[in-house]
Design a protein around this ligand. Structure first.
Ligand SMILES: NC(=O)c1ccc[n+]([C@@H]2O[C@H](COP(=O)([O-])OP(=O)(O)OC[C@H]3O[C@@H](n4cnc5c(N)ncnc54)[C@H](OP(=O)(O)O)[C@@H]3O)[C@@H](O)[C@H]2O)c1
Length: 368
C-alpha cells in the first residue's frame, strides 16, 4: 500500500513538472524584431503578414511574390475578405495550446485571414469546375492579401445577387451557423430555438438560417441591436441588458450559444426535455485554454445530463458554402455588414472585432 502511495506521488510530481515545462515552452513569446521594408514590384502582391505572435501591432503590410496555382488550384484575385474571432486567436497564438500546431515561439505560417471572395485570375492544369473570370468565395489561410491560391474543391460560386463584400462575410460565420443548427442541433420546422449572441457574425446568419429551416426563433442581444435582430426575422428578441434568458419562462428545443457567458447548468434549465445545447463560442480570455475550457466543462457536465450537449468546430466545405449561396440567391439569407476597412487597416479591424461587439460582420475591402 505504501509502495503504491509512493509511486502515485512520484507519478503526480512528474506529471506536474511536465505540465509546467510544456506550459512554459508553449507560452514562450520572443520579442518581435523590426522587419525590412518591402516595395511593390512586377509579380508581387500586398499582403498582411506577421512574423511573431502578439497584438495587432505585429501585423505588417508587406509585398511578397504572387503565388502560382498547382494543378488542382485556382489563383484568386481577392476583392474582399472578412474578419473572424479566429483571426485574433491566430494573431496572438492564444490559447497557447494552439501553438502545438501553429508553431512554438514563432508562427510557422506568416499569412493571416481566412474568409475571402474574389475572381479567378488563373487556373492549374487539372482544374475542371472553374475558369478565368469566375467569381468564387471560400476560406483559406492568407486571405488578407491581393491574391490567394486555393484548391478548386474548397470554394463555391459567389451568389450572383451578392457583392464580393457580402460573400466574403459568409464562409466561417455562416457555415458555423448552418452546421450548429442543422448538423449538431438537428433543427426541424416548428421547433423553438434560442440564439445567444444573435447580433454577431455567427448569430446574424443563425437567426436567418433557423427561420429558413422553419423554426420559431428567439434571439438574445443588447438593446441597440434589438431592431436589427428583429429585422432578420427573429420571432422574439430578448435584450440581455434587461432580460435574463435563463430566468425566462420559455423552453426551447435547441439553444445555439455563440457567447458562452452563462453556466452550462443555467442553459440546460431553459431546454425542453431532450432539448439540445450547442456551444459555438465561449469567452477566449484564458490564455491557456481559451474557449476550450468550456469544452472541458461541457464534457464533464455532459456526463450528468440527458440533454445532448455539443461543442463543435465547424468544417468549412464547398457543399455548405453552396447551400448558403442558394439561401442568399433565394433572398432568405443576407450578410449584415458592420464596417469595412482597407487592407492596410487589418490591425484596426481585428482590434475592433476583439472588443466583442461587432454588429454582423467586419470586412476588408481589397480591390474593387
Ligand atoms: N465552433 C466554431 O467552429 C466557431 C466558428 C466560428 C466562431 N466561433 C466562436 O463563436 C463566437 C462568436 O463568433 P462571432 O463571429 O459571432 O463573434 P462576434 O461577431 O465578435 O460576436 C459579437 C457579438 O456578440 C454579442 N454579445 C456580446 N456579449 C453578449 C452577451 N452577453 N449576450 C448576447 N450577445 C452578446 C455582441 O452583441 P452586443 O454588442 O449587443 O453585446 C456582438 O454582436 C466566438 O467565440 C468565436 O470564436 C466558433
Amino acid at each position: 500500500m505504501r509502495k503504491l502511495y509512493r509511486i502515485t506521488r512520484w507519478f503526480l510530481g512528474i506529471l506536474a513538472i511536465a505540465i509546467i515545462v510544456l506550459g512554459s515552452v508553449l507560452a514562450y513569446t520572443p520579442s518581435c524584431p523590426e522587419s525590412p521594408e518591402t516595395t511593390a514590384q512586377t509579380g508581387s502582391m500586398a499582403a498582411i503578414q506577421r512574423r511573431c505572435y502578439g497584438p495587432p501591432q505585429v501585423l505588417e503590410l508587406v509585398h511578397v511574390p504572387r503565388p502560382a496555382p498547382a494543378a488542382g488550384q485556382l489563383l484568386v484575385k481577392v476583392h474582399a475578405a472578412s474578419v473572424n474571432p479566429l483571426d485574433w486567436h491566430v494573431m496572438r497564438g492564444k490559447p497557447y495550446v494552439m501553438r502545438m500546431d501553429s508553431g512554438i515561439g514563432v508562427p510557422k505560417n506568416a499569412g493571416m485571414g481566412y474568409d475571402f471572395s474574389g475572381s479567378v485570375e488563373s487556373v492549374g492544369a487539372a482544374v475542371t469546375k472553374f475558369k478565368i473570370g469566375d467569381d468564387v468565395f471560400g476560406g483559406r489561410r492568407g486571405a488578407f492579401a491581393e491574391y490567394l491560391v486555393v484548391d478548386e474543391a474548397d470554394v463555391a460560386r459567389k451568389p450572383a445577387n451578392a457583392s464580393h463584400t457580402d460573400a466574403a462575410a459568409v464562409p466561417i460565420a455562416a457555415v458555423t451557423a448552418l452546421q450548429a443548427l442543422r448538423n449538431e442541433g438537428h433543427l426541424t420546422a416548428g421547433q423553438k430555438v434560442l440564439i445567444n449572441g444573435a447580433s454577431g457574425g455567427v448569430g446574424t446568419y443563425a437567426v436567418q438560417i433557423a427561420k429558413a429551416l422553419g423554426a420559431e426563433v428567439t434571439g438574445v442581444c443588447s438593446t441597440r441591436n434589438v431592431g436589427l435582430v428583429a429585422s432578420l426575422g427573429a420571432d422574439r428578441v430578448l435584450d440581455y441588458k434587461n432580460v435574463d434568458f435563463t430566468r425566462d419562462a420559455a423552453r426551447y428545443d435547441l439553444v445555439v450559444d455563440t457567447v458562452g457567458n452563462r453556466s452550462i447548468g443555467e442553459v440546460l434549465g431553459v431546454l425542453q426535455p431532450q432539448g439540445i445545447y450547442v456551444v459555438v463560442g465561449a469567452p477566449g480570455n484564458d490564455p491557456w485554454l481559451g474557449p476550450l475550457s468550456k469544452l472541458l466543462a461541457a464534457k464533464v457536465r455532459g456526463a450528468f445530463t440527458d440533454h445532448p450537449l455539443k461543442f463543435f468546430i465547424a468544417d468549412l466545405n464547398a457543399r455548405d458554402l453552396g447551400e448558403i449561396a442558394n439561401l442568399m440567391l433565394s433572398g432568405r439569407v443576407k450578410s449584415v455588414i458592420d464596417r469595412a476597412y482597407p487592407l492596410a487597416q487589418v490591425p484596426q479591424a481585428i482590434a475592433y472585432l476583439e472588443e466583442g461587439h461587432a454588429r454582423g460582420k467586419v470586412v476588408i475591402s481589397i480591390s474593387p
